[in-house]
Ligand binder design. Structure first.
Ligand code: PMM
Length: 314
């Protein structure tokens, strides 16, 4: 999943794709580099970010999704609002990526159920403003697993089909760096829920802290691509179904190395029939996705990982 934020203030790419043509061109490039999905977001979720209203969010994302669909690029809509999701699906989006896991808008389950589209349920405890105070856990993996199970149950109770559900641990959302590392190391426990898992570490602040300079200054977002590819690769090797990244080419290359190496998955990823318990088998199968296949081969027209710092990152 390639990231396309059409926001002025996202932590690493805010302001770069505010213009429609630039946004669409970037989405097409992400697809050409190997993204199966281009994730279009119109509201920044970085810690402390102010909310935008639904009309502003919709005005940012809808034209981009429409143009991407016309160009044959499969898009997901990154929103917590049912109304924005519904309009995005009508404009051609194929997947709803909801960082609130259905908690922010009680109408989201209906929209997803009626559309019959995949729904990414991310672990979430509250909107960006104030989420740092919510980062308290007894055991972060056990607690995230329990809370994700509640979101899954709510989705199923609302009539969403089990094979439409994807889970996501929500790195950086009410999580400290240590929480992120624990979740990353113990993905198999989350996979026991029996659903495909999306892993989204790209450029997040725990990587900046890991790579801090001698004076303790976090590595800026533009210097976190190798760490993103490494964490994404480890996640796929551990059984993740998908990874959400800014630099698609770097991650695609890392995954190509992993595939060529013949290294087995540590845990068989739930894919075809999510909702069933995962067999703890070892397999050399690379990730199969439930998404429509991409229509062009990955290209090499990579843009550099140049980014701008936009306020606090995740
Ligand atoms: N993180 C961000 C935005 N959307 N969606 C999912 N499913 N999981 C995430 O962890 C996630 C997300 C924030 O990062 P960005 O500002 O780089 O998009």
């Amino acid at each position: 999943m390639g990231i396309l934020n059409v926001t002025p203030d996202s932590f690493s790419d805010g302001g770069r794709y505010a213009d429609l043509d630039a946004a669409v061109a970037h989405g097409v490039r992400l697809r050409a580099e190997g993204a199966h999905l281009v994730d279009v977001g119109g509201e920044s979720t970085r810690p402390g970010a102010d909310r935008v209203d639904a009309a502003t969010e919709a005005a940012r994302v809808l034209p981009v999704i429409r143009e991407l669909a016309a160009a044959g690029v499969t898009a997901s809509i990154d929103t917590t609002r049912a109304r924005v999701a519904e309009e995005a699906l009508a404009a051609g989006a194929a997947v709803v990526n909801d960082v609130s896991g259905g908690l922010a808008d009680p109408d989201m389950a209906r929209v997803v159920r009626d559309a019959g589209c995949p729904w990414v349920l991310m672990h979430w405890r509250g909107h960006s403003r104030g989420m740092r105070e919510l980062a308290t856990y007894t055991d972060v993996v056990v607690d995230v697993k329990t809370e994700l199970a509640q979101r899954i149950d709510a989705a199923l109770a609302a009539g969403v089909a089990a094979d439409r559900i994807v889970i996501d641990p929500g790195l950086g959302f009410a999580k400290t760096a240590e929480h992120n590392w624990q979740l990353s190391a113990r993905l198999p426990e989350l996979l026991e829920l029996g659903f495909p898992l999306l892993f989204a570490s790209s450029r997040k602040s725990y990587l900046g802290l890991l790579l801090a300079d001698a004076d303790g200054r976090p590595r800026p977002t533009g210097g976190r691509e190798a760490a993103t590819a490494a964490t994404s690769l480890l996640a796929v090797a551990a059984g993740a179904w998908g990874v959400r990244v800014h630099d698609v080419l770097g991650t695609v290359d890392a995954l190509a190395v992993w595939r060529a190496s013949g290294s087995p998955r540590l845990v068989a990823a739930p894919t075809a029939e999510p909702g069933r318990a995962t067999e703890p088998a070892r397999t050399t199968e690379p990730a199969r996705t439930a998404e429509p296949a991409r229509t062009t081969e990955p290209g090499r027209a990579a843009e550099t990982g140049r980014t701008t710092e936009k306020g606090e990152d995740r």
